[in-house]
Write a protein that binds this ligand. Structure first.
Ligand code: HEM
Length: 214
């Protein structure tokens, strides 16, 4: 069991805002590099890739919060909403970069792409599913939707799987990087059915699960 010192409660809100700020830095840095001509090769593609990769990273980080708590007793649940929203903002920026900088708002070409290129169809489906999750990520919606909120937000598993698949299909050769993301997403998806057994085993072996308030 990892025994991290608990973050004093008075710093919780500040730490969440710090996460939002730090989380948006890769996009800001990538944009600055692109705007100043410092992105190598095709700057639009590079920026689009950077945003797509960070979207996937934040999706994975969102899904990792529960297994980390189950396995190591570290409770970072307070950061889950911020991580999920960061994933949404990155997908939105990735999509806007594709629409504006890549396709020059040529809507007929965009529609043809969405309909005819399976990896874009899958990316679009993932993005569409993310929208209701982002819109209902507030306390009011959680109260309003009750148990339906949890059911709706299970879509994040489908979205992460679709995101990883979209990545793998977007590259000519599925090398180490896409495989790493596919494996991480697969492990996080597998955790869902394993989780009740693991927690039962943990309760059986050392009483009730202990959560650190890191
Ligand atoms: C959850 C949603 C999405 C995720 C996680 C995601 C993530 C990614 C990732 C990781 C890549 C590969 C980056 C690389 O090669 O290094 C990629 C490529 C790409 N994505 Fe997405 N994406 C999503 C949705 C979308 C949507 C909605 C569109 C447009 C409708 C889109 C368009 C593209 C395009 C065009 C590329 C390939 C660019 C190229 O190599 O030519 N993606 N995406």
């Amino acid at each position: 069991m990892v025994n991290l010192p608990a973050l004093p409660h008075k710093y919780h809100t500040a730490s969440i805002w710090l996460l939002y700020t730090a989380g948006l830095l890769p996009a800001a840095y990538g944009f600055w590099l692109g705007a100043t001509g410092m992105l190598p090769g095709n700057p639009v593609k590079e920026f689009e890739h950077l945003l797509g990769i960070w979207a996937l990273r934040f999706l994975i980080a969102t899904l990792a919060i529960t297994p980390i708590r189950d396995m190591f007793g570290v409770n970072w649940i307070r950061y889950r909403r911020a991580l999920g929203l960061l994933a949404f903002w990155y997908v939105l920026m990735h999509f806007l970069t594709y629409m504006v900088l890549d396709q020059y708002l040529n809507f007929s070409a965009i529609l043809v792409d969405i309909a005819k290129r399976p990896f874009i169809t899958i990316g679009m489906a993932a993005f569409t599913m993310l929208i209701p999750l982002a819109l209902t990520s507030n306390n009011w919606s959680i109260r309003r939707l009750g148990p339906r909120w949890g059911k709706l937000h299970r879509l994040v598993y489908v979205i992460a799987a679709a995101g990883a698949l979209h990545f793998a299909m977007s590259v000519k050769v599925v090398g180490l990087e896409p495989w790493t993301y596919i494996t991480l997403v697969a492990l996080l998806l597998l955790w869902r059915p394993i989780r009740p057994h693991f927690n039962r085993w943990k309760r059986g072996s050392n009483g009730r699960p202990q959560f650190n308030r890191a």
